[in-house]
Design a protein around this ligand. Structure first.
Ligand code: GTP
Ligand code: MG
Ligand code: ZN
Length: 368
């Protein structure tokens, strides 16, 4: 069932041009959609409202999966306004929300967002000083990267840091093995980029190949597929769904893809795992990810405890255990450089946030 699609814009936001599409076709229970016990409890405070899960965010309209089937909903303008002021939370894909049906041909209105069990957050690209929640209530982050010149260890460390910060299990999914002459080397390197990080190499075009991801396709679990444009996220989604739901980019001679996917969308796989397709990310700025960075760089972090100075930058200080390890060949210099860069980025972010708070600006606008 679908709500009113022609209602006036709420909260001054512009709707995206492409139409919203319903995707499940069948109703799922809230437990099947992954609702946690804590969220079920939280929903009890508004017994007059129903619960649904955000499958797509079109700025004004949201596609919801509910126990009664798909619904197209709007958001209470106050909710969007509070979120813009940093006083509340704007629903994102993966969120569980409480909603109300109004009128005979019901208008479905989201009135609140239930507490998230996890969220993948990055610094909003290009715009001011703000966070962007990419997906909520995720269990696993599939970080896709092609085994071509696209492969970049430093970029993957960013993804791993933000995934660890999100409290989600990261899996590095290396695609395009057919275009790679030294796959084993790349697979081995990928395995060193985080603590006990799982690495899977697949060709997303091949149904047999993607079976390697089965261990993570747990009913009720949510997997977010992240990575640059053209690495094969939508191709993988289509294979895992067993049907072509998402547009796949054309192959280009340089091995890269255009931005084919433009919105995030949550799908339900035949095994009842939930998969979030996302548009390729050009930038992945850190946002408050201290513990995620420490977790990802656990090896560097442990050795750094042996540095003479507590605030050692591991660059030129005397008694630096990290530099000593690099010199001894026990730590990769590039990885240490990556660690220092992310630490510096976090430091800079902290300074900017403190400055912005002092000015009383709060730094929150257009939260999405
Ligand atoms: N040779 C080769 N091509 C692949 C492989 N995986 C995906 N492709 C191709 O890469 C192109 C881009 O794939 P998409 O699935 O559209 O990539 P995407 O990550 O969804 O890209 P965006 O939506 O732009 O973020 C398609 O033509 C796929 O067929 C692979 O393992 N080998
Ligand atoms: Mg895509
Ligand atoms: Zn040091």
């Amino acid at each position: 069932m679908v709500g009113d699609r022609s209602s006036p814009p709420s909260g001054g936001e512009e709707e995206l041009a492409t139409p919203i599409e319903e995707t499940t076709g069948s109703a799922l229970s809230l437990a099947e959609l992954g609702l946690t016990e804590a969220q079920r409890e939280a929903a009890k405070s508004t017994p007059e409202l129903e619960v649904g899960r955000v499958a797509e965010d079109r700025r004004i309209h949201f596609l919801l999966y509910t126990k009664g089937g798909d619904e197209v909903a709007e958001c209470l303008p106050e909710l969007l306004r509070d979120a813009r002021k940093g006083l509340g939370v704007r629903p994102v894909v993966g969120d569980f929300v409480v909603f109300r049906r109004i009128g005979k041909q019901p208008l479905v209105v989201i009135e609140g967002v239930l507490p998230r069990k996890s969220q993948f957050v990055r610094k909003r690209a290009r715009e001011g000083l703000d966070e962007q929640v990419v997906a909520a209530n995720i269990d696993v982050v599939l970080v896709l990267t092609a085994m071509t010149e696209e492969f970049n260890a430093r970029r993957l460390e960013r993804y791993l840091s933000l995934s660890a910060e999100a409290g989600a299990v990261p899996v590095l999914v290396l695609t395009k093995p057919d275009l790679c002459v030294t796959p084993d080397e790349i697979i081995a390197e990928a395995g060193t980029l985080g603590r006990d990080v799982e690495v899977v190499s697949i060709d997303p075009r091949e149904a047999e190949s993607v079976e390697a991801l089965e261990p993570w396709l747990v009913p009720g679990h949510t997997l977010a597929l992240l990575g640059s444009s053209g690495v094969g996220k939508s191709t993988l989604i289509n294979r895992l769904l067993g049907q072509s739901k998402q547009l796949e980019g054309e192959v280009r001679k340089d091995g890269k893809g255009r931005h084919t996917t433009t919105t995030r969308h949550l799908f339900v796989s035949p095994s009842k795992a939930m998969l979030i397709d996302t548009p390729g990310m050009r930038e992945l700025g850190l946002w408050a990810a201290e513990s995620g960075v420490r977790e990802t760089f656990h090896d560097v972090d442990e050795i750094a405890r042996g540095c003479r100075f507590l605030d050692c930058s591991h660059e030129h200080e005397p008694g630096c255990a990290v530099q000593a390890s690099v010199a001894a060949g026990a730590l990769d210099a590039g990885r240490v450089e990556g660690f220092r860069k992310l630490q510096a980025e976090l430091g800079e972010l902290k300074t900017q946030l403190a400055r912005s708070r002092k000015r009383g600006r709060g730094g929150k606008k257009n939260r999405r």
